[in-house]
Design a protein around this ligand. Structure first.
Ligand SMILES: Nc1ncnc2c1ncn2[C@@H]1O[C@H](COP(=O)(O)OP(=O)(O)O)[C@@H](O)[C@H]1O
Ligand SMILES: [Mg+2]
Length: 252
């Protein structure tokens, strides 16, 4: 199962990524949780004690140089466009039981589609993770849509667009949906988050006609308090049920 979480900043992508990753791992699945947001915070949602100490993949210059043949500091050097990365998730992923966390970091994104070495490395890493057969891969994406590459889009089984009851989150969701469709994402669905009333739900459904909502996660002050404490998330019975429900629908 390969799942990408997208949506506007603040809607709950990382919360959902952490809850899904934890539950898959608790079921005994091997999980790669990939934080692809430059403003990374999946580690703290997963309760990693010192998230600031994590060195993002993009900053592992020696490794990138070894594999790709250059970093962006080596202007004009030839470098590989398909570096070896198959050992990276296991060797460099932060271990949390069955779960491996990979923090990608801020990828320099030059104009004009320049393939800088760091970019090549991370793209290959994500593509590789998406081809693994026995692992669950959860991609916590950057807010917005611009970064959605074709390789990533086509490699995921599901793209979940997280929406909260706000106009902005709906506008972003609409854009992501169009782009994801253009890029060939196989299955796209929404998850309504921070739902406080039946009206919230109705507004979201009306604003995104034809987009299936996999689940509705209630507004839950406890989830927010937990994320603030930074010691990981502990789903209440209600939240756990919604997560289990999402997993069932993804499977079906
Ligand atoms: N269902 C929810 N109820 C209440 N607060 C939530 C809920 N889901 C997420 N949050 C809170 O919203 C904020 C943004 O969530 P986060 O997962 O970081 O969003 P994103 O990754 O999309 O930017 C966090 O403070 C988080 O605790
Ligand atoms: Mg996030």
């Amino acid at each position: 199962m390969k799942i990408a979480l997208t949506g506007k900043g603040g809607v709950g992508k990382t919360t959902l990524a952490a809850l899904l990753a934890q539950r898959y791992a608790a079921q005994g699945m091997r999980v790669y949780a990939i934080d692809a947001d430059p403003d990374a915070n999946l580690a703290s949602m997963l309760g990693v004690p010192d998230p600031e100490a994590i060195v993002p993949m993009v900053e592992m210059k020696a490794l990138i140089k070894e594999r790709v043949g250059a970093t962006s500091q080596d202007l004009g050097t030839y470098f590989s466009l398909n570096p070896r990365v198959d050992d990276i998730p296991e060797r460099y992923g932060l271990r949390l039981g069955n779960l491996r966390l990979l923090v990608l970091g801020h990828v320099p994104r030059a104009r004009g589609g320049c393939a800088c070495p760091e970019n090549v490395f991370l793209r290959e890493l994500v593509s590789h993770a998406l081809t693994l057969h026995d692992e669950v891969v959860i991609l916590d994406m950057e807010a917005g849509v611009e970064h959605l590459g074709r390789g990533t889009a086509a490699g995921v089984d599901w793209m979940l667009i997280v929406v909260e009851p706000s106009r902005q989150s709906l506008e972003t969701a609409g854009r992501i949906r169009r782009l994801a469709g253009d890029l060939g994402v196989p299955r796209i669905a929404a998850v309504g988050n921070k739902i406080a009333s039946p009206e919230d739900r109705a507004v979201l459904e009306q604003a995104l006609p034809g987009l299936p909502f996999l689940a509705w996660l209630p507004h839950d002050p406890e989830l927010r308090a937990q994320s603030l404490r930074g010691r990981g998330l502990e789903a209440s019975a209600g939240v756990a049920e919604v997560i289990a429900n999402i997993m069932e629908k993804l499977q079906g």
